[in-house]
Design a protein around this ligand. Structure first.
Ligand code: NOJ
Length: 730
């Protein structure tokens, strides 16, 4: 590879090298200031290394053809896209995927995404996003795997392996791009694009592990994040992009900026364009997404001596290496096969997998008197703006899908109950009463609005005709994702009022909740008998929800993000540090303890929480020894029994607490989990192993250490309801 690339680089002019470092957007999708959109001319001049946002195998092939046949050196282009949870067969949003606690499901979803996108011209996806988020106000919590670094790392690896497959040269493998490096989820106040100020030890202990895991899994590229880190934009941070990423972690792929990030450094008050581009290059950023700062200023910076030939060559080489690794020099059209596109996209087999996986991501938050699953009989009223909203089922980053081919919840319910029950339907409410608020919320997927009063009246009439009510409510798809932060996390006003009125009818009400983030649901938890959180479950959402509502499948998802009781609790995460004045009794306010006058410290639904149609009981936790010898291991075991009335799947969780350490440690940290499927009445001994490695953390010197002492192990069905046992590490 080295020789081949050196051969090409010898022939390249400076302008052509800078061209390789430039990544314009090709499509109509714009999420910031855009520069050139006329790709053909840039390609002919060799002034572009790749493009993104172009859909359609023939369109992509046409652009590749210009590069190969009409540019001087015929260097193939990288065709990128945000294939985040599927191409046309859409899977649940990443936050939902994480609630399956099933790395195999994530791997399979990424594999199928790779198969479909590679059949449609795309060889590079901007996924996974592994940003840890502890603040539900941030809209992009939907795009990650929640708040836990251990689970986040396991899933990060699964994403990368799924996309990249065993061999990147394979025509169904695509290059993964890890994002957003780094700490994007820790922005101040949950607002998007905000600064991050954080100690290095906190970064390492709480935020960096998932990125590191993806690098270890061989991710081919990394996207720098929009945020500043301790005052320096991530895109210009050489500690991050060179010292940590390359020198310490051994990353040998290329780094691309996020959208227009070089240009945005001037708004940050860091540097005007020319200086920003030079700083980014020196820090280790290889490719410039959209800003054209590299293309238009680096020649001058080179003349002035603020960047070197070597820095430009290194960046150019890394991008050419990525193309080489993908096999694009051997076959620039490897992803452009119309026949594959037709045969391999949105097939019944892939859709079946998506439907099965979707059902694993739903989290049953409440189920009084076993109201769910519903029997297929009588009259069922399906009410709410999400009941028949086929263009809102997939959530953000699903631009490549074709909603006209998906089934709404209403259609799926009617199909599932055909000949047995009657499904009555009414929209019930707008998303918000206010049309402007709704316009902001609905983004690129507007819903048909109706008159607020008429909608409610109709809904109450339909409800009065029914035996049971299913309320399909929540956030519409574009209320989460990029640039979708909220300060109020209630179900939007019009829908919450509708829900209140439905509950007042006295009929049993099931809330099917659509959301891309934790919502504040205290009223709902007190007043609605059953709540099934279905997130945005993708192209097969309708059928997958029907599968669970009518009991073909039992819910088994567990939250990977804490659901707060109120916004004032944010940021909120289960793995927090203790205070010197902890409040161990959350039943009421204690002055001079660490608590709030007006709110408990506890989340409404804790990390790891999720019910099932059956019930699991946990015996006491047993240890193979109370002492962990140096270099040794302890076995932790617990007997779990399916003591309910149906078969089901449980996620058994293991947490650890370091009682005293040179640096304060979290009250608990996830250290392992097992998904186990048990038939009614069946038991299984679940065994975990603990070694020194599990006790390690980054200390004040950023050394990864293990300190002897007393530790507590806790096992349970979620992070709150655990049984603990102590041991001593020598
Ligand atoms: C901006 C987003 O932050 C990033 O996640 C995405 O991959 C790029 N735009 C490209 O669309």
């Amino acid at each position: 590879m080295h020789k081949f690339i050196s051969g090409i680089m010898k022939k390249m002019s400076l302008r052509e090298k800078l061209g390789q470092l430039s990544l314009p957007s090709g499509g109509s999708m714009k999420t910031g200031a855009v520069k050139s959109v006329e790709l053909g001319e840039l390609i002919r001049k060799g002034e572009i290394g790749g493009f993104f946002n172009v859909k359609g195998v023939e369109n992509i092939k046409a652009l590749q053809k210009v590069a190969v046949e009409e540019s001087r050196l015929g260097i193939p282009l990288l065709a990128g896209a945000d294939i985040i949870h599927g191409y046309e067969t859409i899977f649940p949003i990443p936050l939902a995927m994480s609630c399956s606690w099933n790395p195999e499901a994530v791997r399979l979803m990424a594999r199928i995404s790779a198969e479909e996108s590679s059949a449609n011209g795309i060889g590079w996806t901007y996924s996974p996003m592994v940003d840890i988020c502890q603040d539900a106000r941030w809209g992009r919590v939907a795009e990650g795997s929640g708040e836990d670094p251990y689970l986040g790392s396991v899933l990060a690896e699964a994403y990368v392996e799924g996309y990249q497959g065993g061999d990147l040269k394979d025509c169904s493998s695509i290059m993964s791009c890890l994002k957003h490096f780094a700490l994007y989820g820790a922005g101040e106040s949950g607002r998007d694009y905000m600064p991050v100020d954080m100690s290095h030890q906190r970064m390492r202990n709480e935020y960096l592990e998932p990125y590191k895991a993806a690098v270890k899994a061989g991710v081919g590229s990394v996207m720098s994040s929009f945020n500043t880190i301790n005052g320096v934009p991530a895109t210009a941070c050489s500690w991050l992009l060179t010292d940590l990423l390359r020198d310490e972690w051994g990353f040998d792929g290329f780094v691309v900026t996020d959208y227009n990030a070089i240009d945005e450094m001037s708004n940050h008050g860091y540097a005007p364009m020319k200086e920003a581009a030079a700083q980014a290059l020196k820090a280790g950023t290889d490719m410039d997404m959209v800003s054209e700062g590299y293309l238009n200023t680096l020649e001058e910076s080179l003349r002035e001596g603020s960047v070197t030939d070597k820095q430009i060559d290194d960046a150019c080489r890394r991008i050419l290496e990525a193309k080489y690794r993908l096999g694009l020099f051997d076959n620039p059209y490897k992803y452009c096969n119309q026949e594959r596109s037709v045969k391999e996209t949105f097939t019944p087999e892939k859709r079946k997998v998506a439907r099965d996986i979707a059902a694993e991501t739903f989290v049953l938050l409440k189920n009084s008197d076993s109201l769910l699953p519903l029997r297929k009989k009588g009259k069922i009223a399906l009410i709410g703006p999400m009941a028949d909203a086929v263009n809102n089922m997939c959530g953000m980053w699903s631009m490549t899908c074709r909603p006209e081919r998906h089934r709404s919840l209403l259609a799926a319910f009617r199909d599932a109950t055909k000949g047995k029950a009657e499904i009555l339907h009414s929209k019930g409410s707008n998303i918000y009463y206010d049309a402007t608020m709704e316009k902001y919320a609905a983004g690129i997927r507007p819903l048909q609005r109706g008159d607020n009063d008429t909608l409610l009246r109709e809904a109450l009439y339909v409800a009065s005709q029914s035996d049971v009510i299913v309320a399909a409510l929540g956030e519409c798809a574009d209320m989460t994702g990029e640039s979708a932060s909220r300060t109020n996390l209630d179900i939007p006003d019009a829908q919450k009022d509708l829900l209140r009125e439905l509950v007042k009818t006295g009929k049993p009400v099931i809330l099917v909740l659509f959301t891309g983030r934790p919502l504040t649901l205290c009223w709902e938890d007190e007043n609605v008998p059953a709540i099934l959180n279905v997130w945005y479950a993708g192209s097969e959402a309708g059928d997958a929800i029907a599968d669970v509502i009518f009991g073909n499948k039992s819910p088994c998802g567990k939250l990977t993000t804490s659901f707060p009781r109120s916004v004032g609790q944010l940021p909120l995460h289960y793995n927090h540090m203790n205070t010197g004045r902890p409040d161990n009794d959350n039943s009421h306010f204690h002055r001079y303890a660490s608590n709030w006058i007006d709110e408990s410290n506890e989340p409404l639904y804790p990390f790891g929480f999720g019910l099932s149609y059956t019930h699991f009981t946990y015996d006491d936790v047993k240890l193979s020894s109370g002492i962990l010898k140096k270099g040794g291991k302890i076995e932790v075991s617990v007997k779990v029994t399916n003591s309910g009335n149906s078969d089901g799947t449980e996620v058994v969780q293991l947490y650890l607490r370091d009682i005293f350490a040179s640096l304060i440690r979290p009250v608990k940290e996830l250290k392992g989990f097992r998904r186990v499927t048990l038939k009614k009445g069946e038991s299984e001994d679940i065994v975990f192993e603990i070694t020194e490695d599990d006790l390690k953390f980054y200390n004040c010197d950023e050394s990864y250490v293990y300190e002897p002492g007393v530790f507590e192990l806790m096992v349970g069905p979620n992070s709150r309801d655990v049984k603990g046992v102590r041991f001593t590490a020598e």
